[in-house]
Design a protein around this ligand. Structure first.
Ligand SMILES: NC(=O)c1ccc[n+]([C@@H]2O[C@H](COP(=O)([O-])OP(=O)(O)OC[C@H]3O[C@@H](n4cnc5c(N)ncnc54)[C@H](OP(=O)(O)O)[C@@H]3O)[C@@H](O)[C@H]2O)c1
Length: 241
């Protein structure tokens, strides 16, 4: 496939489902070029390709996989408008899994992946003018609060939150770097009624808002000329409960 040439694409990691998929569909609907990574090739990846997205296999469970993905991105474009680091895994500690394995997996997807991709793809983000490119890290409300069931997850997302400030310093003023820290945005299919009731009760706003809240914030961050190095909470006022 040839290089994307009309305007610089937005790269979205882990966009085969849920929030990443919604973001990909949103930008495609605006005729904006999109590159996504997928690990599992869901049927919807074909749909994204038909809509014009460049869909690249990206398995970030090894540093080699991350590097191969970055090389593939470079073969498809000479510049990037943004990198949206959406790919994530929500592993909990359990008696059946090794804590060392959980920690390694969480650091791999939430720290190694964005850290290495930001380094490898920096030349594609630079050279387009003041505030003309963005990096957005997806973190989590638990960065602020910690988590008793997802200890390594929370720690790895906290490290990602810190990367936001370092990369903002490093890449300014060409590239803005921000993080979005959501609390509950959408349920998983297998969440039971009791879990849903408890989750709704955790925020002041008492809703599970869906992907549109994230899309609106991403749009705002992309349009800003000035906002960088910040964490943007989307949590329905949960810390105030
Ligand atoms: N949804 C929420 O309510 C919520 C709340 C707080 C924070 N967030 C954050 O917001 C972002 C989007 O959330 P989401 O719920 O839409 O995410 P999600 O459903 O967990 O999807 C994330 C994607 O990341 C991919 N991924 C995971 N590990 C990977 C690896 N090693 N290599 C390559 N791809 C990998 C998954 O691929 P597979 O499909 O192959 O597994 C999946 O498609 C995440 O960063 C999440 O932490 C979401």
């Amino acid at each position: 496939m040839g290089k994307v040439s009309t305007s610089r694409p937005i790269l979205i990691t882990g966009a085969g489902k849920r929030i990443g998929l919604a973001l990909a569909r949103h930008f495609l609907a605006q005729q904006h070029p999109v590159i996504i990574s997928y690990r599992t090739r869901y049927p919807v990846v074909d749909e994204l390709e038909q809509a014009g997205a460049v869909c690249l296999l990206g398995d970030f469970s090894t540093n080699q996989g991350i590097e191969q993905f970055a090389d593939a991105v470079k073969q498809h474009c000479d510049g990037l408008r943004a990198i949206l680091h959406n790919a994530s895994a929500w592993l909990a500690e359990s008696p059946h899994s090794s804590p060392a394995d959980i920690l390694a997996a969480m650091l791999q997807i939430h720290v190694n992946t964005p850290y290495l991709l930001n380094h490898y793809l920096e030349p594609l983000l630079r050279g387009h003018g003041h505030a003309s490119a963005d990096i957005i890290h997806f973190t989590d409300y638990v960065v602020e609060r910690g988590s008793d069931k997802h200890v390594a997850y929370a720690a790895s997302k906290a490290a990602l939150d810190n990367l936001t400030r370092s990369f903002a310093r490093k890449l300014a003023p060409e590239v803005k770097v921000n993080s979005i820290a959501p609390a509950m945005i959408m349920f998983n299919e297998n969440d039971d009624a009791e879990y849903r009731k408890q989750a709704l009760n955790k925020s002041l706003m008492k809703i599970v808002p869906g992907e549109q809240e994230i899309i609106a914030l991403v749009e705002y961050l992309l349009s800003s000329q000035y906002v960088t190095g910040r964490t943007h909470s989307v949590d329905g006022g949960r810390p105030l409960r």
